[in-house]
Design a protein around this ligand. Structure first.
Ligand code: ATP
Ligand code: MG
Ligand code: MG
Length: 167
């Protein structure tokens, strides 16, 4: 359509293990909609064992969205949303009200500090793969294998699907 910026398909992982976790996931989706990131589909909400283990359990989900933002703009926007929802710098992989990670940006591969796409730890994380398998059934961009297959390798221990809906 004339005058409309090209929109790209992106996949974003959400996680929260502080405060009202479900509300943080929902608020993040509302904020994305207000920031040119249109969420099309959402996975179930999963309750997952924390990694590392010395912190409260997480709620995790994955959304598929369309955006006209370029990868670095998308990262900056997600970081701003994290900040608005109370995320402050803490220890690496420590507790947080919200984490928003870019899993995929179309089928692009990007290794430009400080942004790596696909997200480098997808294949080792059940808490990403279980919700991802619900919204991306086929072979994943770049990685080539379906999420379900990667999930079978890491196992489903510590992952529990909840009945909460995000959209
Ligand atoms: P992990 O990346 O292992 O899930 P984390 O999400 O806790 O860890 P953050 O503190 O949220 O890590 O982000 C650290 C930095 O990772 C960010 O400042 C960002 O620049 C960088 N980063 C690199 N690739 C990505 C990506 N695909 N999505 C989000 N952040 C990324
Ligand atoms: Mg993360
Ligand atoms: Mg992050």
């Amino acid at each position: 359509v004339t005058g409309q910026a090209e929109r790209h398909d992106v996949v974003i992982a959400l996680g929260s293990n502080m405060g009202d976790r479900l509300e943080h996931l929902r608020a993040a989706i509302r904020e994305m909609a207000a920031e040119l990131i249109q969420v099309q589909r959402a996975s179930s909400v999963w309750e997952t064992a924390p990694v590392p283990a010395d912190q409260p359990p997480f709620l995790n989900a994955v959304v598929v969205a369309k955006t006209a933002l370029y990868p670095h703009q998308l990262l900056a926007t997600l970081k701003a949303i994290e900040h608005r929802l109370g995320r402050r710098k803490g220890r690496r992989w420590g507790p947080r009200p919200i984490d928003l990670d870019i899993l995929f940006y179309g089928d692009r591969k990007l290794e430009e500090e400080p942004l790596t796409i696909p997200h480098p730890r997808i294949a080792e994380r059940g808490f990403v793969l279980a919700p991802l398998a619900e919204v991306c059934a086929g072979p994943l961009p770049v990685l080539g294998a379906p999420a379900k297959e990667l999930l079978a390798k890491v196992g489903e221990e510590g992952l529990e699907r909840t009945d909460e809906a995000l959209l």
